[in-house]
Design a binder for this molecule. Structure first.
Ligand SMILES: Cc1cc2nc3c(=O)[nH]c(=O)nc-3n(C[C@H](O)[C@H](O)[C@H](O)COP(=O)(O)OP(=O)(O)OC[C@H]3O[C@@H](n4cnc5c(N)ncnc54)[C@H](O)[C@@H]3O)c2cc1C
Length: 289
């Protein structure tokens, strides 16, 4: 499995990346960790003539708090950057923990959050938790900059709304009031395996009353999907075992899984029921408040 020949560019500014992407069009690809793109190239599934690396752009490597914006994760931050970020641990530890469920240490060290998003694999681990935290993306292209809610970025397996010459420069988690947040993943091995089902939820509970909740499901639809009926059912109610159980059942009716070698659609649907209840139980425990 050899790589075909390709030209390699490693510019040190975002605009240069966008200009190169625009110049070479469909024959070019941005790349960062290479953990998605290189296996595809080795297997002949992708044959870009030009690879444009983002690794040289220092600005894309920061995780910082920006007043009025929130926590900003740069477009070249790796999963391990998330796992070891003190800022995330303090403000959004569920994001670090979700990153920790990803792959093996070597892949977490190379693979990036932006690459995980841009690849738009339905089983990707990071989008669901970020969606429940109202994350948005800054996209930069030759035509300028725009901000989009993460939830609106996915349009199908492997497909996003990103234009050819656009890259993700920032993932922004805005300030918000919440009392619990978490991601539960079911996979066929304890580590290094893709999600068969992933359920993320972020909740705001006051005196046992659910003020707000967002639930996002991964690996059970062509894109990550919100369980909006389950959310609606929960808001304004007092937490009880029966309530969370019912929310799990409602969420399981909101996914459209496929059957594949990892699991049948029926099994995945049932896992959504169980894992939605589990993640809600976990994030509403008193010690998490
Ligand atoms: C053995 C193995 C195990 C894995 N396990 C998991 C797992 O458990 N969970 C999981 O979710 N994923 C898993 N993955 C997938 C992969 O590691 C992630 O999706 C990773 O985050 C991709 O990031 P990257 O920087 O390596 O992307 P690359 O391979 O560099 O690029 C992937 C795609 O994203 C685009 N891209 C990259 N950066 C940007 C950017 N800033 N803006 C716009 N487009 C960009 C590229 O053009 C390309 O199309 C695994 C991969 C391997 C090889």
């Amino acid at each position: 499995m050899y790589l075909q020949d390709f030209k390699y560019y490693s510019p040190d500014s975002v605009m240069e990346v966008c200009q190169l992407l625009s110049k070479f069009g469909d024959s070019a690809k941005a790349y960062c960790g290479g953990t998605d793109i290189l296996p595809k190239m080795k297997n002949g599934l992708l044959e870009p003539e030009v690879l444009i690396s983002l690794k040289n752009i220092a600005d894309l490597k920061k995780i910082e708090y920006v007043e009025g914006k929130g926590v900003v994760i740069g477009g070249a931050c790796t999963h391990n950057d998330l796992v070891f970020s003190k800022l995330l641990e303090k403000r959004y530890s569920a994001v670090s923990k979700a990153a920790e469920t990803m792959a093996a240490n070597q892949i977490r060290h190379m693979g990036t959050v932006a690459g995980n998003i841009a690849s738009a694999v339905p089983s990707a681990d990071i989008p669901p938790i970020l969606i429940t935290l109202n994350a948005s993306l800054t996209l930069v292209g030759t035509q300028g900059e725009r901000t989009l809610p993460l939830e609106e970025v996915f349009i199908g397996p492997g497909k996003t709304v990103l234009a050819n010459d656009e890259i993700i420069t920032e993932i922004i988690i805005p300030d918000q009031k919440y009392t619990g947040s978490g991601y539960y993943k079911f996979a066929l091995r304890k580590s290094g395996a893709l999600a068969v089902v992933g359920v993320a939820a972020t909740i705001n509970v006051e005196e046992d009353m659910i003020k707000d909740v967002k639930i996002a499901l991964g690996a059970v639809s062509p894109t990550p999907v919100r369980a909006k009926e389950a959310e609606k059912f929960l808001i304004g109610k007092k937490i009880s075992n029966e309530l969370l159980e019912e929310a799990g059942s409602i969420a399981s009716g909101e996914c459209k899984p496929i059957s594949d070698f990892r699991a049948s659609a029926e099994y995945r649907t049932d896992l959504v029921r169980i894992y939605t209840k589990r993640v809600l139980e976990q994030i509403t425990k008193k010690e998490n408040s």
